[in-house]
Design a protein around this ligand. Structure first.
Ligand SMILES: *Cc1c(COP(=O)(O)O)cnc(C)c1O
Length: 388
């Protein structure tokens, strides 16, 4: 008998500990973990530097109110801003909080310049921005919003890739376009760089803001620190979360100076957001991800992984429809529902997770080793052979 509510369909497996790319179950089976808490454990399980940081900081200070200075948060904000487009940061505790704060910042900016009616946010239909009330209505997904009315208004939607609809849906009340640079839950759909550039141009022309949700694809997951980096586009607001805490819950919104001007004292807050314990961990993750060789390794192993998966696709053209993704945010799209395939992978001790559009999502830690990818490739190949 479980006293946990039934809002998850959990697999009947639990884990005792983890190390790097591996998880060890309570029944003593070793799994290659290519879920990593859904792109959260960016440095794998039990990273020694993160353990050291937590140990040290936990003996000093866990939490103080944001009514006081928090030097650890100052440090992390500085690291994020010097590395990116951003001028300012607000810390939160989760992705949904970060995306909602992004919406608040966009609205507040137009309010502060005397245009309070510019408050609507244009999003992709069936995208994912989190599970809080506003975030589910931002996603525009029937499944996620069902039974949770009344509808939170203020969000409009266009279909992924439908540029005519996108342009049509912008009106005088639109404040911002908010999209995931790479749709994660939606099936690992990458917005190409040329498209990001056009999005930026469109926003400039219409004098609206561009919010790029990098909660899943940010912090090195794509092979660059941000997935939009190669396009050289500068967004106005970027929510991040999953990878930045390496397993510790942290959310953050990065923003430019212009929009930050609306966020005056008292306009937004969070009790837990930006606490010294979380910030210390975030600092350590940033230091490691910012090492020169770190993202180079992500790019190298990603190239190898994607090429090898495309070879498998050619070998099993009736099973694999498409290999999607960028960096270590990878999707194998099948022709059929992937439930059996995911189960088969798990029987062979490889953990993966599904996404929409019959996609198996593969999220290794960013410091994954090539030989671990080889093990995964063997398992995926064997599963194709078994299920063909
Ligand atoms: C996971 C995710 C969120 C929500 O993050 P939570 O921490 O679960 O609230 C928001 N946006 C994107 C793109 C995500 O992948």
């Amino acid at each position: 008998m479980s006293y946990l509510a039934r809002n998850y369909n959990r697999k009947k497996i639990s884990f005792k500990y983890g190390k790097g790319s591996y998880l060890y179950s309570t029944d003593k089976i070793k799994y290659l973990d290519f879920v990593q808490g859904i792109a959260v454990n960016s440095l794998g399980h039990s990273h020694p530097k993160l353990i050291e940081t937590i140990k040290k900081q936990s003996k000093k200070l866990w939490h103080v109110s944001n009514a006081f200075q928090i030097p650890e948060g100052e440090q992390l904000a500085k690291k994020l801003c010097t590395k990116t487009f951003a001028d300012y940061v607000i810390f939160q505790n989760s992705g949904a909080e970060a995306t909602e704060a992004a919406v608040k910042i966009a609205r507040r900016y137009f309010y502060s310049i005397g245009k309070p009616n510019k408050n609507r946010i244009l999003c992709i239909k069936n995208s994912f921005h989190g599970r809080t009330l506003a975030a589910i209505f931002a996603s525009g997904s029937k499944k996620m919003t069902e039974g949770f009315g009344p509808k939170i208004s203020g969000f409009d939607h266009f279909k992924f890739g439908n540029h005519i609809s996108l342009k049509k849906k912008i009106n005088k009340n639109t404040a911002a376009i908010m999209v995931e640079t790479i749709m994660g839950e939606g099936g690992i759909k990458v917005i190409p760089d040329w498209c990001l550039k056009e999005l930026r141009k469109l926003c400039n022309k219409k004098k609206i803001l561009l919010i790029l949700d990098e909660v899943q694809c940010g912090v090195g997951r794509s092979g660059d620190f941000f997935a939009f980096e190669k396009s050289r586009v500068k967004p106005d607001i970027v929510p991040i979360a999953k990878g930045i805490g390496g397993g510790f819950p942290i959310g953050a919104v990065l923003m430019n100076k212009k929009v930050a001007s609306g966020m005056t004292a008292g306009s937004h807050g969070s009790t837990f957001g930006g606490n010294p314990l979380a910030m210390s961990v975030g600092n350590t993750v940033m230091d490691i991800v910012s090492r020169k060789k770190f993202l180079k390794n992500v790019k190298n192993v990603s190239k190898y992984f994607l090429e090898s998966l495309n070879n498998l696709k050619r070998k099993y053209p009736n099973i694999i429809k498409e290999i999607r993704g960028k960096g270590l945010l990878i999707g194998i799209q099948l022709y059929k529902d992937p439930t059996n395939f995911i189960k088969k992978l798990m029987d062979y001790k490889l953990l993966t997770i599904r996404a929409a559009e019959n996609v198996i999502r593969i999220l290794p830690p960013l410091n994954v080793k090539k030989k671990e990818i080889d093990i995964a490739l063997k398992i995926i190949s064997k599963s194709c052979e078994d299920l063909k």
